[in-house]
Design a protein around this ligand. Sequence first.
Ligand SMILES: C[S@@+](CC[C@H](N)C(=O)[O-])C[C@H]1O[C@@H](n2cnc3c(N)ncnc32)[C@H](O)[C@@H]1O
Length: 259
Amino acid sequence: MKTKKIIKRHEIAGTFRGCANFTGPLYERWRRARIAKLTQIVGGTGWFENKTVLELGAARGHIGNDISKLGANVVIAEGREENLRAATTKYPHLESYILNQETNWEEFFGDRVFDLIIHWGVLYHLENWEQDLKIALNCGRKICLESEVMDSDNPYLVGVRAEVGNDQSISGWGSYPSWATIERILSENDCDFTRYDDADLNCGPYIYDWEGVNQGFFAGMAGPNLPARADRLHANGSGGQRRFWMIENFHPRNIKEEK
Ligand SMILES: C[S@@+](CC[C@H](N)C(=O)[O-])C[C@H]1O[C@@H](n2cnc3c(N)ncnc32)[C@H](O)[C@@H]1O
């Protein structure tokens, strides 16, 4: 008989209240740093010409618009109506959809397979993050994944947190899988991936080049049995301890079933 390993869920800290300023200078710098890294990884701006790109959790569409300027055919999807409305008003040339990634969106885009899925800043705002990640893997040849994570090499560990705000979870709960949990799922689904723990991604409170020390809880939050590390505390109590991956998926639309 096969046994399934249970993922440990830790509730971390109190409710987080976020309110992103998607037009402020910090967001712009962070957006540019990630686009520069993505461009470097794919080998230059020329790669985007005529590629199909899906941006998930696209907020106000600024990233998708920047990518479309490089010649890509960009589709943006966002779960919050107020954000998508702002995106479609400012960038009417982008194909755009309301998509709640907590749902099973496997059939949402028919049998389309995108050359690239940009999955930035949204995984940790989902309760159904594992289902969402597997669906994304199924719909893209390359997936660029960026998320806050738990600092743990335990491949079965996930933090959960209540959160509210215009850039936070729609369900009211976010999930913080350890980087090792995410990498286990990528490996189990036959993906090749490279993680970029690079300082040139760092921007204000958003930090990528941190060394894993199995601290567990994410930056700025003291867990019940682990103090938050002073060097990872940030003024607004969140943001840091992020990871950035480029994933190559050789079998889109043919993902393995859970064993
Ligand atoms: C932190 S912002 C990130 C925006 C952008 N992707 C980036 O990285 O700059 C998170 C975005 O995900 C959206 N979001 C939260 N929960 C979602 C869900 N269940 N489905 C789709 N989008 C969601 C929020 O409305 C917000 O626009």
